[in-house]
Ligand binder design. Structure first.
Ligand SMILES: O=C(Cc1ccccc1)Nn1cnc2ccccc21
Length: 329
């Protein structure tokens, strides 16, 4: 069957939380198309780390089974991470159910996860080759569910400061304008990766980024793009500066922000709304704002995170490794 769950933004759209039922226990988790581990806060964690969180209790689940000798250890691009043991249990996401899903029980989590008490773990939705479980790598929820879904797809409908949805096994065409533009994905890296070699700032000319590559990553808050894109963009924003102290580009919160169009696989120019690139104030007075578009390393892999998803409905097709995109309805 299909599955649909709400995707509720935290304050400031830092991340989106969705309800996941593990062994009959419903826990709000962060769906992450940029990684491939399903790990959860749980009663094995130190009490100080559990505080404030919903903690899965493997002992009260009648379907949980420990995966003897298995462990995981994951670290993310922002330096955060988690590690622990592994079991299997029945995982139900909005009706889409997998009976023997690898459920990773963190025994150690980094402080940024402990502090974010609304998030109680991650559901990795990138390719299973990135799963960190040893000695035997395990499959993601989507990989396990795909054979039972009417169509081998999950979709992300993330909104600015509003409740959206993740859906498995169905494409809800009432959620986007026009038709989806489909692009082949190169799964070699384990990410939902595609070429992105052109961009345009506002009504300006289309510019080239030879060899540009990007991933669709719901687990990243911002949009990390090549410095050439970031410089071209903020050259059009009065008062934009590279602010070392806060660690990125800031500008006056009153600034008029142009849209940014980025190429998706040579088939489609995805327009990211300028408003969504005004991410958050950095000062109490709300005078200076932090950009939702920030620079990665020149020539590096670009990370199209939630800032892009707020403008684009995205379908991930695991049947033929492609991504479909269209503006939100
Ligand atoms: O790790 C990344 C991408 C990233 C961010 C910053 C610098 C370099 C690369 N995103 N991500 C994907 N899942 C995540 C989970 C937690 C934190 C970040 C997460």
């Amino acid at each position: 069957g299909t599955g649909v769950v709400t995707a509720t933004p935290e304050q400031g759209d830092v991340e989106y939380l969705s309800p996941v039922t593990i062994g009959g226990q419903t826990i709000n988790m962060d769906f992450d198309s940029g990684s491939s581990d399903l790990w959860v806060f749980n009663t094995e964690l130190a009490a100080g780390s559990q505080a404030g969180h919903s903690n899965f209790n493997p002992e009260t689940s009648t379907t949980f089974q420990l995966l003897q000798g298995a462990s995981f250890e994951i670290s993310y691009g922002d330096g955060s991470g988690a590690a622990g043991n592994v079991g299997t249990d029945t995982v139900n996401i909005g009706g889409a159910t997998v009976t023997n899903q690898a459920v990773e029980l963190a025994t150690a989590v980094s402080s940024s996860f402990v502090q974010d008490t609304q998030s109680n773990g991650l559901v990795g939705l990138a390719f299973s080759k990135l799963n960190t479980i040893k000695p035997v790598q395990q499959k993601t929820f989507f990989d396990n569910a795909i054979a039972t879904l009417p169509i081998p797809v999950f979709t992300a409908d993330l909104r600015h400061a509003a409740v959206g949805a993740y859906e498995f096994g169905n494409i809800d065409s009432t959620k986007f304008n026009g038709s989806l533009s489909w692009t082949d994905v190169n799964a070699t890296s384990g990410f939902w990766q595609f070429s992105s070699q052109q961009f345009a700032v506002g009504t300006g000319p289309t510019m080239n980024l030879a060899g540009g590559q990007a991933i669709a990553d719901t687990g990243t808050t911002l949009m990390i793009a090549d410095p050439s894109i970031v410089n071209a963009y903020y050259s059009q924003v009065q008062g934009a500066v590279n602010n070392e102290t806060v660690g990125g580009v800031t500008f006056p919160c009153a600034a008029q922000l142009p849209d940014l169009a980025v190429d998706i696989g040579g088939n489609y120019m995805a327009t990211v709304r300028g408003d969504d690139i005004n991410f958050s104030p950095v000062d109490a007075a709300g005078t200076t704002c932090f950009g939702g578009l920030q620079a990665g390393t020149a020539g590096g892999l670009q990370i199209y995170g939630d800032i892009m998803f707020k403008s684009q409905f995205v379908a991930f097709n695991g049947g033929n490794n492609s991504i479909g995109m269209a503006p939100h309805q």
